[in-house]
Design a protein around this ligand. Sequence first.
Ligand code: NDP
Length: 290
Amino acid sequence: MAAQIIDGKAIAAEVRQQVAADVKSLQASHGLTPGLAVVLVGEDPASKVYVKNKAAQTVEVGMQSFEHKLPADTSEEDVLVLVQTLNADKNVNGILVQLPLPKHINAEKVLNSIDPNKDVDGFHPTNVGRLWIGERTLVPCTPTGSAILAKKIIPNLKGVNAVIIGRSNIVGKPMAALLLRESCTVTIAHSQTKDLPAVCRGADLLVAAVGRPEMVKRDWIKPGAVVIDVGINRVPGENGKTKLVGDVAYAECAEVAGAITPVPGGVGPMTIACLLQNTVTAAKMQYGIE
Ligand code: NDP
């Protein structure tokens, strides 16, 4: 039987609706309109598109959007000064520095200078620690979105065998922490894992975050498993054009899986929706609201 397709676009719209409702209720109860500041350094075309989309969606859910576009030759010192200004600004509840930064700027230094309570990307070491010890925190957006999609199919993840392929700090590791928090039995696979297909076949929930086009094949999937494809890979398409594919060979795996996310239209749309959700969470944390 063909797998259920997990519609990330529709579920992201639900998340944004909830965020808009939360913003309204914060305005009513505390006179507070959460604000998200996005810092873009340079002219990277993909980053410019992301920043534009983030700003548009921020305004759409009723929040304040502050865009800081700096020229590519901005010094590291000036970026650090801007972050300090945003850290101190009461109207700014979330700060996102768009990556990649130009090579002369130390991205780690800049990210670590963000106030952890405004770190809506959830990359600050303080937030990484809080996530692993189970404290209230800001969790990276892509794993949060992936977990929401998984829970649409398996609302109670307790005891579920989850395999994550990939151990990056922005996807694989926080995904593992989130699924552990849901009481999954978590396996993290990576480039040194032995017999990866066999490891994947043990998964009731398989999350692929590798960056290798269509690496996961049909016979890696346990029949009925839920497959979340985080990968975004641009490959040659028809008529000299390019197309996006995930890390999972979608058509063949959809014949075996119970449910599967498409690429595009799966995890991708969830990331910005969860960024907006994090901005509301950040504002609540800053004002001590449950
Ligand atoms: P990284 O390159 O940082 O990490 C990739 C991981 O995959 C590494 O842990 C690596 O293992 C592992 N890996 C690489 N090759 C293999 C292999 N042959 N077998 C098993 N494991 C392997 O990537 P990211 O985590 O940043 O991103 C992963 C994918 O997700 C990319 O396609 C990216 O574009 C996409 N992405 C999508 C987002 C969205 O919004 N939907 C947001 C962020 C990322 P090792 O550690 O051993 O090298």
